[in-house]
Design a protein around this ligand. Structure first.
Ligand code: G1P
Length: 280
């Protein structure tokens, strides 16, 4: 299966850091956020990735390319460990790039993948949603997709006061982890949210989604929303929501990013004890 990673957003919530650096390149401890996403795809067996970029996002391409000078220096220094780490990044997977020329929304960005996807089911992984789990989240969705078909999206429970930040589903429960989506709303206000189950940036979509995006009118924020296209798709195909196993790390704003860095550092043995001592 191919994966599409939209990474064209302007990152206005992270200014000034994102004035000249893509939001997806913000480091979490020692790796840019988008590398976690690509590693998740690779672990799930995905071997073809299309990243939707935009102006000013060249750092993403450079990160996944060979860094000749750096490799040369590390080789001369005989620093095998760092060399391995650096080479791994450029050898991980075939990555293609296409630009979204205007920032007209997530749906609009994904429409840029139509030709590349070429009529097949495909995965969408948002470039600023980092999910840590034993089985890669997108792999969990692929397994469920094999059983249920249609379209499938990862969801997670969020506190009611956060519903305004997400796509929120209304659902019929099928079992503990699978729900049928009967309605989906992008960033509803607190009173209008149909539940507290939020879309978490991982989707398996059928190619029919592209026609639905083409029909979609500007919605929340005046943008072409993937959520609204899913609402159209729902009339043609079943959409399932899957309560994935794992933890999603929020990079939505500066404070969330700080917390994510601490949480992920705490999971790393080399930092854990020192960080706890420091915080105490
Ligand atoms: C996007 C989607 C939203 C989803 C969220 C998850 O919003 O539009 O439905 O819940 O990602 O991170 P964004 O965060 O890009 O505003």
């Amino acid at each position: 299966m191919k994966a599409v990673i939209p990474a064209a957003g302007l990152g206005t919530r992270f200014l000034p850091a994102t004035k000249n650096m893509p939001k997806e390149m913000l480091p979490i401890v020692d790796k840019p956020a988008i590398q976690y996403v690509i590693e998740e795809a690779v672990e799930a067996g995905i071997d073809d990735v299309l990243i939707i970029t935009g102006r000013g996002k060249e750092a993403i391409e450079n990160h996944f390319d060979v860094a000749y000078e750096l490799e040369d220096v590390l080789e001369k220094r005989n620093d095998k460990e760092k060399l391995r780490e650096i080479k791994k990044i450029s050898e991980m997977v075939d990555i293609h790039y296409i630009r979204q020329k205007k920032p007209l929304g997530l749906g609009h960005a994904i429409l840029r993948a139509k030709k590349h996807v070429d009529g097949e089911n495909f995965a969408v992984m948002l470039g600023d949603d980092v999910i840590v789990s034993e089985i890669p989240c997108i792999g969990q969705l692929m397994n469920q997709f094999e059983e249920y078909g249609g379209a499938i999206i990862a969801v997670g429970e969020v506190p009611m006061e956060y519903v305004e930040r997400y796509g929120i589903i209304e659902y019929k429960k099928i079992n503990e982890r699978i729900y049928e989506v009967v309605n989906i709303v992008e960033k509803p206000s607190l009173g209008k949210a149909p539940s507290s189950l939020a879309v978490m940036g991982r989707y398996i979509l059928p190619p029919e989604i592209f026609d639905c995006i083409e029909e979609t009118k500007p919605g929340y924020g005046g943008e072409i929303q993937l959520t609204d296209a899913l609402q159209i798709l729902r009339k043609k195909k079943k959409i399932y929501a899957y309560l994935f196993e794992g933890k999603r790390f929020d990079l939505g704003n500066k404070f969330d990013w700080l917390k994510t860095n601490i949480e992920i550092a705490l999971r790393r043995e080399e930092f854990r004890d020192e960080l706890i001592a420091f915080m105490e």
